[in-house]
Design a protein around this ligand. Structure first.
Ligand code: SAH
Ligand code: SF4
Length: 412
């Protein structure tokens, strides 16, 4: 496999062209796993997940004025109302007409478990029966917390340490399903209407670190994040959203330009030979290209650093030498490092690094001037910790043929 974009002779416009071609290939592949159109069995259209323009369009289709979109947006995303009859600024006859054509739904909750440490895991079921997990991780000291959202059911990548990676990609989640996870988690804590401005929020940050690779479902993820960031609705700042990627280099540029959200990189190894094994996508986009894309990432600054996630696996990637190499790799970047002791799951042979190793590794990074907190697993007792998510959903047979072929052809 060639890696032409890492060559220093390649000009920036040639790099753009290469990346553009690669982006198109990624998006064409992503379309094979598109979610079903969000329409109920009785033909009603789901309004959650539509952009403002699309919302105006569907209203025009039923003979209503597009300005109604603003009113509906407020009820759906600011007030969190799902019942048209409760939209009190809308006249009764119009409420009835809206209910005839549309719904404001949520994914249905299959199970909800709350851990000893208050982490809460939701298993959501979507209209076609597929399922994905969402986790709320409360801050230990303050009344705020992170919602960890899934972007796909399963994952095409098969990182050797990750439970989700053992589940084939079933399909991408749609914008409605991605926003819906956040809204349904918020229902569970009753946090409506959306707090305005800097008013404290319980569900205060979003991390796209659940099941799946968000940059392999870019369009739906981007649409969902734009809805969540819209100032007249949920209004969560782009500074409070972090997308984690295993390193889909060509899509990182787009994500930075269009969304400006924070970036987390699942690094896990500092040498290509080891990273090729742990994160097989590295064979396509090796470490040098990944780091170069981080240097280009427009939304990064000293106040908004790129997070490098590093799972500490005993005897595999946790030596002093590797810590020093890690520091060398991130030098010059506004960066911080999250050290995550490997979370075991049934069937994996890896073990977490020892406490002493973790402390020593962290110290080397901190001595170089970077923050390197050790992230103790949360929600371990309910299998909600990083890399432990997996559902029973399976790919339906008619998809199996085409997708298996593409899996084999480029090892993603
Ligand atoms: N696909 C994206 C986002 C989802 S994975 C990515 O890989 O970044 C979310 C995070 O969980 C990643 O940092 C991943 O490396 C980490 N993770 C996966 N398996 C883990 C495990 N067994 N123990 C600890 N962290 C794990
Ligand atoms: Fe997919 Fe991320 Fe798990 Fe790798 S770590 S298999 S990219 S979800």
């Amino acid at each position: 496999m060639s890696h032409p974009v890492s060559s220093p002779e390649v000009s920036s416009s040639a790099l753009n062209d290469l990346n553009e071609a690669e982006r198109q290939r990624i998006q064409a592949k992503s379309a094979l796993f598109a979610p079903p159109t969000p329409i109920t069995d009785d033909g009603r259209r789901e309004l959650v997940g539509l952009s403002r323009e699309e919302l105006a369009d569907v209203l025009t289709e039923i003979g209503e004025k597009p300005f109604r979109a603003k009113q509906l947006w407020h009820w759906i995303y600011h007030q969190g109302v799902t019942d048209f009859a409760k939209m009190s600024t809308i006249a009764k006859p119009l409420q009835a007409k809206l209910a005839e054509h549309f719904i404001v739904g949520r994914p249905s909750l299959t199970t909800q478990q709350t851990s000893k440490d208050d982490t809460r895991k939701f298993l959501f079921r979507f209209r076609d029966g597929q399922e994905a997990e969402t986790v709320y991780i409360p801050d230990r000291r303050e009344d705020r917390g992170a919602v960890c959202i899934s972007s796909q059911v399963g994952c095409t990548l098969s990182c050797s340490f990750c439970h989700t990676g053992t589940q084939k990609l079933v399909r991408n989640l749609g914008a409605a399903e991605i926003v819906g996870q956040f809204m349904a988690a918020r229902d569970s804590y009753g946090e409506w209407p959306s707090p305005k401005g800097e008013t404290p929020r319980l569900l205060s940050t979003i991390v796209l670190m659940g099941m799946g690779e968000p940059l392999y479902n870019y369009d739906n993820v981007a649409k969902a994040m734009k809805i969540i960031m819209d100032g007249e609705g949920i209004a969560l700042s782009r500074r409070r959203i972090t997308l984690s990627t295993s390193g889909v280099v060509p899509m990182m540029d787009r994500c930075g330009d269009e969304l400006g959200i924070n970036l987390a990189i699942s690094l896990h190894a500092v040498r290509n030979d080891l990273r090729d094994q742990l994160v097989p996508l590295n064979r396509k986009y090796p470490i040098e290209e990944l780091i170069a894309a981080c240097h280009r990432y427009p939304a990064a600054s000293n106040s908004r650093r790129i997070t490098f996630e590093y799972i500490m696996i005993r005897g595999v990637n946790d030596s002093d030498e590797e810590a020093r190499e890690l520091v060398r790799l991130i030098r010059g970047l506004p960066a911080k490092v999250n050290l995550i002791p490997f979370n075991p799951w049934p069937g994996s042979d890896f073990r977490p690094s020892t406490r002493e190793r973790l402390a020593r590794f962290a110290q080397i990074i901190m001595d170089a001037g970077y923050s390197a907190p050790i992230r103790m697993p949360r929600g371990k007792d309910i299998l909600a910790a990083c890399g432990q998510l997996k559902t029973q959903s399976e790919r339906i047979r008619k998809h199996a043929h085409s997708t298996q072929q593409s899996d084999v052809s480029d090892g993603e």
